[in-house]
Design a protein around this ligand. Structure first.
Ligand SMILES: Nc1nc2c(ncn2[C@@H]2O[C@H](COP(=O)(O)OP(=O)(O)O)[C@@H](O)[C@H]2O)c(=O)[nH]1
Ligand SMILES: [Mg+2]
Length: 397
């Protein structure tokens, strides 16, 4: 949420409270939360059939190829219609599988018109081998239409393994990756792209190579109002991705706290009481950090680790026990002593909340959400480190 929107909301909430209409103030805050949730993000993935688009879409959605909602992999596309795959938890984030790039009479402009290019926030052009004429033509056309694109050279795990087997004596992973990357950059520069974005990716090993850097670059290029939905939907593939997710979820905390505080003075809003609201957000955090049973099970399978072992590493009571109203109530009381400085993003709301003496309850809620979120993020990092042994992985790999 940008600062102008925040200031506008503060003014409207304050006005409604002063007029003795807390239900209206509540609606304003709820609308802001809904807008954050519903901001659409449409990411187009294009490339030749077999280049790894569907596998990449599954990896970026954080789901395995066997998940019922996964994009089918290893099948030849026969349609020109873009296929949408929404994020399993955050439906406003949609990855579009754009087929058909490989046809011999390919015309980039016609292709982009057919797939309705205006609809997408940005494009990923994927190639599993050298870039070809069609990729270059497409890149040029996307650029002409003032849209951003990123080149992804996929399946680099295969290049690394093949090179290691074929030239064991001279094999050097960094040199190999540099050569592939330079080749792509040079082809793009020759075709007129200034400073092209090129990423070497393996969807089988998203914790390695440039996958994390790619995710971070997407974020940096997005407008502010799209960052929240994007970051919240990140796959938990590195400690940096988890840290960015904390940053995103933090944005909504003052609004949630405000909502709870206002609901406490609206007659009949018992369903939005402190514990009910917090319970639903804690459930969301557990899922978002991949600590729910399904996600942990999936991680155990992908990393060939035992689920029991991964679960034993988790400290948060919100993963160890069922998240019930009673558990949240107990934890809320237990954590009441939490240092409120952790809730500093809510400080700017205190003048608004003081109007109806709701400041204290909002501060308590915010502090509680921060503490639960950070504890879950730490657990997610620990589990990930043990699953893939990637404790020193950084965005810049
Ligand atoms: N080694 C390796 N194989 C991959 C990778 N991504 C996809 N594949 C394989 O490449 C084939 C085509 O992938 P798919 O995602 O269906 O490509 P699409 O036609 O572009 O959607 C499948 O057999 C995948 O398992 C990868 O990162 N590494
Ligand atoms: Mg496919």
């Amino acid at each position: 949420m940008d600062s102008a929107t925040t200031e506008q909301l503060k003014k409207e909430v304050m006005d409604a409270l002063k007029r003795g209409n807390p239900a209206e103030a509540f609606d304003k805050v709820q609308k802001c939360l809904d807008d954050l949730d519903d901001t659409p993000l449409n990411i187009a993935i294009t490339g030749e059939s077999g280049s790894g688009k569907s596998t990449f879409i599954n990896a970026i959605r954080g789901i395995g190829d066997e998940d019922p909602s996964s994009a089918k992999t290893g099948v030849v596309e026969t349609t020109m219609v873009p296929t949408p795959y929404s994020h399993p938890k955050y439906k406003s984030v949609i990855f579009w599988d754009l087929p058909g790039l490989g046809s011999p009479n390919f015309k980039a402009k016609e292709y982009l018109d057919k797939v309705d290019f205006q609809h997408y926030d940005f494009f990923v052009i994927m190639a599993s081998e050298r870039f070809k004429e069609n990729h270059i033509m497409l890149a040029e056309s996307i650029q002409c239409m003032n849209k951003q694109f990123y080149f992804v050279r996929s399946k680099v795990d295969r290049d690394v393994n093949e090179s290691r087997m074929r030239r064991p004596k001279y094999f050097n992973e960094n040199t190999l990756l540099d050569t592939i990357s330079q080749d792509c950059v040079n082809s793009l520069k020759t075709a007129g792209t200034i400073d092209p974005y090129v990423f070497l990716v393996s969807s089988f090993q998203p914790q390695d190579f440039d996958f994390s850097l790619l995710l971070k670059t997407f974020e940096e290029q997005l407008p502010t109002h799209k960052r929240y939905v994007y970051l919240r939907a990140l796959p938990n593939i590195s400690s940096e991705a988890i840290a960015m997710k904390v940053q995103a979820l933090t944005t909504a905390v003052p609004l949630i706290a405000l909502k709870v505080a206002i609901a406490s003075i609206v007659p009949g809003y018992v369903q939005y009481s402190e514990c009910s609201t917090l319970t639903s957000y804690i459930r969301e955090y557990v899922e978002s950090f991949g600590l729910d049973d399904n996600s942990l099970d999936d991680l155990a399978q992908r990393s060939h680790k035992s689920l029991i072992h991964l679960k034993s590493l988790v400290k948060s009571p919100f993963v160890k026990y069922e998240i019930t109203y009673d558990l949240v109530w107990k934890e809320l009381r237990k954590r009441n002593s939490t240092d409120f400085t952790t809730a500093k993003t809510i400080i700017s709301w205190v003048p608004v909340l003081s109007v109806f003496a709701g400041a204290m309850s909002a501060m308590t809620c915010a502090a509680f959400l921060f503490s639960a979120m950070n504890e879950l993020a730490e657990d997610a990092k620990t589990v990930l480190e043990v699953a893939f042994g990637c404790s020193d992985h950084t965005w810049l790999g």
